[in-house]
Design a protein around this ligand. Structure first.
Ligand code: ATP
Length: 296
């Protein structure tokens, strides 16, 4: 172990698709999306320490479900960055992942881990990369990885790589997953209508109620196809609605759903009630990072 270099840490926030419209499909099969996305202060935690050899370890509630071999998106990000800087001497590192986000659950855990690890590696290795250099470099790891670099509220368009940052306030939120992993491809296969209406024009978002008002004119087009595969998604949404969420919707391709509440207290109360009723579900009260907040 090399001494003297401090370890680096970064939150890998959950990515929440507040709205997700499927607006078309390219000839190569890729779906065209329009999505308003925010990131929560609840997430995984990635750490990096200098070491004799590069390795990855995981702790946390979902550690046993995540692969630790070269298929892990953190190691894939490491290898991608290393291959982008072949002439640089890049020290080996010990990477640690605190896995708090459920796997294959529509809140971008792996994508966010890859983005967080890349930021730490670029800093540790002294690579002169800004966020806007790093984001496109990481696209080969997945369409959702670039947006996780800045982890600020945004609208993603195209296949997810065209990013427009938008102003959003902090939103009190509850995340709920019924404990059923759901891979993305079968959800898109179950989606019948691919040319849905685009997102309505954005309005000025000052309060949580402004955001809820706009969201009520929007959808997640993957919610019905996902619920046809995992009916428990409908139970989760019903629970969030019965706890008076201002909006209750599925994120990404599911199965995690979110509720937006008017206050942190309401969100915490709802989370406690739902967790008591459904001890096997994953439930977390959190809030989104506002546009002007920096990822801790
Ligand atoms: P998205 O919202 O982008 O669809 P997701 O939440 O559905 O993401 P992930 O949790 O990122 O999906 O997992 C997708 C797959 O990636 C899983 O099958 C998992 O085995 C693999 N994977 C690789 N690295 C990671 C990681 N660091 N964390 C979670 N899953 C990972």
């Amino acid at each position: 172990m090399t001494h003297g270099s401090p370890s680096l840490h970064r939150l890998a926030p959950a990515k929440v698709n507040l709205a997700l419209h499927v607006v078309g499909q390219r000839a190569d099969g890729y779906h065209l999306l329009e999505s308003l996305v925010a990131f929560t202060r609840f997430g995984d935690r990635v750490s990096l320490m200098p070491a004799e050899a590069t390795s990855l370890s995981a702790t946390g509630p979902f550690a046993s479900e995540v692969p630790l071999d070269s298929s892990n998106l953190i190691l894939r990000a490491h290898d991608l960055l290393a291959s982008a800087f072949p002439s640089q001497k890049l020290e080996p590192v010990l990477l640690s992942l605190e896995k708090n986000l459920p796997i294959a659950s529509g809140i971008g855990g792996g994508s966010s881990d890859a983005a967080a690890a890349s930021i730490l590696l670029a800093r540790h290795w002294g690579l002169q990369l800004t966020e806007s250099d790093l984001a496109p470099l990481l696209l080969p790891l997945g369409a959702d990885v670039p947006m996780c670099v800045a982890a600020r509220p945004l609208i993603a368009r195209g296949t997810g790589e065209e990013l427009e940052y938008v102003r959003l306030p902090r939103l009190p939120m509850v995340l709920v997953n019924p404990g059923v992993p759901l891979a993305t491809p079968p959800v898109f296969r179950a989606l019948q209508k691919k040319d849905n209406a685009p997102l309505p024009p954005l309005s000025a978002f000052i309060t949580t109620a402004d955001v809820i008002g706009w969201l009520s004119e929007t959808r997640n087009d993957l919610e019905a196809p996902a619920a046809s595969l995992v009916p428990a998604i409908n139970d989760v949404l019903a629970e969030l609605r019965s706890e008076s969420a201002g909006i209750a919707r599925m994120s990404g391709s599911g199965a995690t759903c979110f509720g937006i509440f008017l206050s942190d207290e309401e969100a915490e109360r709802a989370a406690t009630t739902i967790a008591e009723r459904h001890p096997s579900w994953f439930v977390a009260a959190t809030s989104t990072l506002a546009s002007d907040e920096i990822v801790p």
